[in-house]
Every structure is written in C-alpha cells, then in structure tokens.
Design a binder for this molecule. Structure first.
Ligand code: C2E
Ligand code: CA
Ligand code: CA
Ligand code: CA
Length: 279
C-alpha cells in the first residue's frame, strides 16, 4: 500500500503494476533467450593514449529481443542476477569471447585481448576461473588474451572468497580490472591486497574533467593513487577532444569512449584488428 497525497492508503498503483508486469515478462522471456540465441557480444575498443593504438576490446552483452528490439544490459542484467540466470549467461559470455578470438585468429588477424564483465553474483555462485580456463584451453588461447572487469562492489562481496578466485585468474595470466572506479567503496588496502592490474575510472569523473577545476584535481588524484599502487589507468566514457587532451596531460594510460568508437558487432571489430591505429 502506498500513501497518496490525501494521506489515505491506496492499494493499487497502476504505474507500479505496469512496471512489475513488464519486469515479470522480461524475466520470463530472459529464460528462453539463451536457447533462442538472442544474445550477442558487441565490442568497444580501448585505446593507448600515448600511441593511439588499439590495446583491447571490451565485450558488452546485447540482447536482441524479438518484440522489444535491443534490450540494454542495465535492464536485464539485474533481473538475470536475481533469478540466477546470470550463471548460464555469464558462461555464454566467456564461451563467446573465446570463440570470437579463435575466429579472428583463424582469419589471420593480429589479436588484442578481449575484456569481459563479471558480476559479484558470478563469483559468489558460479566460479569463473574453471569455466574460463576450460574455454581458453579449448581454443588454445593464452590467459593474457582475456581480461576480467569487476566492480568495486563485486570485489568486496560478502561470503565470497574473491581473493582466491582472483588469484586463480591471475595464475592463468588474466589481467584484472576494477570497473567503474569511484562509484563504490573499495579501499586502497583492498586494491593492493587483491593485486588489481588496471583501474577503470568511471565515466562520471571523465565528464567532470573539463567542466570544473575540482573535477580535474579529483581525476589527477585518482591517477596518482593508481600509479602509486602500480596500476594502469583507463578513462571510461571519453567523448570529446578536450577530455582526451586533458587525459594525456594528466598521464592517463588508456581511454575508452564514443570519441574513439562505440561498441560494435564482431564483424566491424574484426575490421579494426586489421588496422589497429585508432588515432
Ligand atoms: P560498463 O562495464 O561500465 O560498460 C561501459 C558502458 O558505457 C557500456 O554500456 C558502453 O556502451 C557505455 N559507453 C561506452 N563509451 C561511452 C561514452 O563515451 N559515453 C557514454 N555515455 N557511454 C559509453 P552498455 O553496453 O549499455 O553496458 C552497461 C553495463 O552493463 C556495463 O557497464 C556493465 O556493467 C554491464 N554489462 C555489459 N555486458 C555485461 C556482461 O557480459 N556481463 C555483466 N555481468 N555485465 C555486463
Ligand atoms: Ca566494464
Ligand atoms: Ca565501467
Ligand atoms: Ca558502468
């Protein structure tokens, strides 16, 4: 029940009802989506700011819904996590990324690593390392060809031996990225203890970079901290030439964003591998 403006209780809120129904429907169609092959990975380049070269591709999950069109991950990943479907979906992402790398290699292209997103739930209930090791081996790929991105909240998720999972991934040669840095609650001690390789600074900080002096100071502070911890720094959401210029001046290592390229289907990403100079 919800209290309306008159202070009385209303027991039926049509908006909430519609939202709940849409969610239930989405959950229902999500269950069949894997079998119906409605998922695909798109790839977004990450660029070395010193040389302008492509250094990696981030795999971003896309759901091609027969009626709704492309459903963004922000809409369905939370539902997948609640319902446990993130397990099989996460395994699909690992399989597909490895398979795609093998296809590109067969096509004679010079590979760059593919970076995949892994949620807290996957670490907690599924275990990532065993599945990843299996698919790397199946396709004769070195561990260094995959990178794993986890958010700060996933790094500190309760009841999970994150440290052990991450150490096992590192054993394979997989580089570990902190995703959306600055939006969560990780401490310097955690970053150090978990031995994270790369800090991806959330796009909120990139967009403040050229807007206010405080934004620039904050960004600079994060870069200095990362360097002190011996981590590489990636700026997310780079959209303007002004931001790029500021990032280079601050010593940020790599960038990702619409300025370079939006996420794209595998075919187009493959074309980039053939000419890796991005800027
Ligand atoms: P993320 O990992 O932070 O991925 C970056 C998001 O920013 C992507 O949104 C990308 O399309 C968008 N983006 C890239 N450059 C720019 C830019 O210059 N400006 C702006 N405004 N946006 C930019 P997308 O693809 O909608 O993904 C949203 C989130 O969904 C991801 O955020 C990630 O947390 C999650 N996600 C995507 N794929 C997977 C997956 O396979 N597994 C899991 N667990 N989560 C995923
Ligand atoms: Ca990411
Ligand atoms: Ca991110
Ligand atoms: Ca994000």
């Amino acid at each position: 029940a919800k209290r309306d403006r008159g202070g009385k209780f209303r027991f039926f809120d049509p908006d909430l009802y519609i939202a709940a129904t849409a969610r239930a429907q989405l959950r229902h169609s999500l269950q069949g989506a894997l079998a119906a092959e409605q998922f695909e990975l798109h790839y977004q380049p990450r660029v070395d700011l010193a040389t302008g070269r492509l250094c990696s591709m981030e795999a971003l999950l896309r759901w091609r819904h027969p009626d709704l069109g492309m459903v963004p991950p922000a809409k369905f990943i939370p539902i997948a996590e609640e319902s446990g479907l993130i397990g099989p979906i996460g395994r699909f992402v690992i399989e597909e990324a490895c398979h795609q790398l093998a296809l590109w290699r067969t096509a004679g292209l010079a590979l760059v690593p593919v970076s995949i997103n892994v949620s807290a739930h996957q670490f907690a209930h599924e275990g990532v390392h065993a599945h990843l090791a299996m698919h790397l081996a199946r396709h004769h790929l070195a561990g260094a060809m995959l990178e794993v991105e986890i958010t700060e909240s996933a790094m500190v998720a309760e009841g999970v031996d994150v440290q052990r999972e991450l150490a096992a991934l590192r054993e394979l040669g997989v580089r570990l990225h902190v995703d959306d840095f600055g939006t969560g609650y990780s401490s310097l001690a955690q970053l150090q203890r978990l031995n994270m390789d790369v800090l991806k600074i959330d796009r909120a900080f990139t967009s403040e970079l050229t807007v206010s002096p405080e934004g620039r100071v904050l960004f600079q502070a994060i870069v200095s901290m990362a360097k002190a911890l011996d981590m590489a720094v990636v700026a997310e959401g780079v959209e303007t030439a002004g931001q790029l210029e500021a990032l280079v001046a601050l010593g940020c290592d790599e960038g990702q964003g619409y300025l370079f390229a939006a996420p794209m289907p595998a075919r187009q990403a493959g074309a980039l591998l053939g000419r890796p100079q991005m800027m």
